[in-house]
Write a protein that binds this ligand. Structure first.
Ligand SMILES: *Cc1c(COP(=O)(O)O)cnc(C)c1O
Length: 471
């Protein structure tokens, strides 16, 4: 048969739709528009396959049989009726993995979200006198109590916090930033672009590796409104380097009545060195050293929901809260519920590291990880045809925190004679739920730092169905 005949033998969209309804496999409630779209997509796919076929043999394999097309349409409809946002198993070992949803919430935070979603609440209602209240009160007092800050404001994310700070306090004026801190963070947060969006004019000082206090001083004019420091997050300048400290910058800012903004990025509350982790500047340290405004993400090392926390001088924070942009970037009630519950954990810092999943994973006992790895390796070995070895490896914190530090971890390295490493990776990604892992030296690496005990069985099951060819 020739291509033309193949194409001619395909049913029309309308006939295919009729055939789908005749087969009665789909539920009666499936929207007709969805069936139509799926039928169109399936026919288009077959048509493209026919056009692309290079020889008779490939062509022969393409079915134009209506019954088979009906099955394809049914599958397409089912795929489209699945939720797009799905649970995955994170076996990458990257704790704050932006592509996989950053921080997981604690049990208490999840309960708070469930309450805020299921029941009416006092979001903006003062129970004392029955009048209208502010949604910020639920977080303000707690944030100030925890950090000693004068005032607090929470917005949609840290990008919004930076934009709001710059717009409110430096629009139409100059902001001085070190060239070593003009960062771009994954997913389109580029400091110079945020700056121009705010209407502030960026004044770069120093060089990539060295910026001195004197460089800042020299750049100050009558137009200067702010000095900004940004955490370099996902990169480090190493070797021959120098940066002015917050303390030094605070002194300069005082002298010229400028605002000193410190974008911390990750927002670490507890001293990580106490848990054997490398030092990250904490929120309190920045405030104590004299930053007027400090901002950070809620879902990086803080371990809460997406959000942007702003702390600092009350006159500055209040002006930001009153700015029209604040309404556009305000937080929702589910975020407030999760954030309040997360912050509550920090009232007991010892337990916080256990209860907040992000901190628990970062500070996990290597012996626990090793045991988990052994458990998984044993399960996989019983699958036959798989080689699973418990190996020492390193995980990353992610989220722009501790970028150069690698945390010693335990993982399971897997190979199979049946599949190459990239095929294994692909098949794990197609499992239900998908298992996300990395490849190293032609082996699949399943890092136990970000895998829960109850997920070990899920990973084993994904391999099992793969090896038995069920998927
Ligand atoms: C991550 C990060 C941001 C952006 O924070 P989001 O909460 O993702 O909006 C801004 N600045 C720094 C330094 C960061 O590390």
């Amino acid at each position: 048969m020739e291509k033309k005949e193949y194409l001619r033998s395909l049913s029309s969209v309308n006939d295919l739709i009729q055939a789908v309804y005749r087969s009665r496999k789909l539920g009666g409630g499936v929207p007709r528009e969805l069936v139509t779209e799926a039928s169109r997509v399936v026919l288009e796919g077959v048509r493209e396959a026919i056009m692309a076929a290079k020889d008779e043999m490939t062509l022969d394999k393409i079915s134009t049989d209506t019954d088979e097309l009906v099955t394809l349409v049914e599958k397409e409809v089912e795929d489209r009726m699945q939720c797009s946002l799905r649970r995955v198993v994170n076996a990458t070992g990257i704790v704050v993995h932006t592509n996989l949803g950053r921080s997981l919430l604690s049990r208490a935070a999840l309960d708070a979200v469930a309450m805020a979603g299921a029941d009416y609440n006092n979001l903006e209602y003062q129970l004392e006198d029955g009048t209208r209240g502010s949604r910020q009160v639920h977080l303000q007092k707690l944030l100030c109590d925890l950090t000693g800050a004068e005032a607090a404001l929470v917005v949609n994310n840290n990008a919004a916090a930076v934009l709001l700070a710059l717009t409110t306090h430096a629009s139409g004026r100059e902001v001085i930033v070190s060239r070593g801190q003009l960062i771009e963070i994954g997913g389109s947060f580029r400091l110079p672009d945020v700056m121009s969006q705010s209407g502030a004019r960026l004044v770069e000082v120093g060089t990539t590796n060295k910026t001195y206090l004197g460089d800042y001083r020299q750049a100050i004019t009558s137009e200067t409104a702010m000095i900004m420091r940004a955490h370099p997050s996902n990169y480090r300048i190493m070797g021959f380097t120098s940066e002015a400290s917050i303390k030094e910058l605070a002194g300069l800012a005082r002298e010229y009545e400028l605002v000193l903004l410190d974008d911390l990025g990750s927002g670490v509350y507890i001293d990580l060195t106490e848990h054997g982790l490398p030092y990250e500047p904490t929120i309190m340290r920045s405030l104590e050293e004299g930053a007027d405004l400090v901002c950070f993400s809620g879902d990086k090392l803080l371990g809460g929901p997406q959000g942007g926390v702003i702390l600092g001088r009350s006159d500055l924070v209040e002006a930001m809260a009153r700015h029209p942009l604040a309404r556009a970037v305000r937080v929702g009630k589910l975020t407030i519920a999760a954030m309040e519950a997360t912050l509550h954990h920090y009232l007991d810092p010892e337990r916080a590291a256990e209860e907040i999943p992000t901190l628990a994973m970062l500070t996990a006992d290597p012996e626990v990880l090793r045991k988990r790895a052994r458990g998984l390796a044993k399960k996989l070995a019983s699958e036959g045809d798989l080689e699973a070895e418990v190996v020492e490896d390193v995980s990353r914190a992610g989220g722009g925190a501790l970028p150069m530090e690698s945390l010693p971890t335990w993982a399971v390295a897997v190979t199979s004679p049946a599949y190459k490493a990239n095929e294994l990776e692909e098949r794990l990604r197609a499992a239900e739920p998908p298992v996300i892992c990395r490849i190293k030296e032609d082996r699949i690496i399943l890092d136990m730092r970000t895998v829960r005990d109850d997920e070990v069985g899920i990973i084993a099951a994904a391999f099992k169905s793969m090896m038995s060819g069920e998927d």
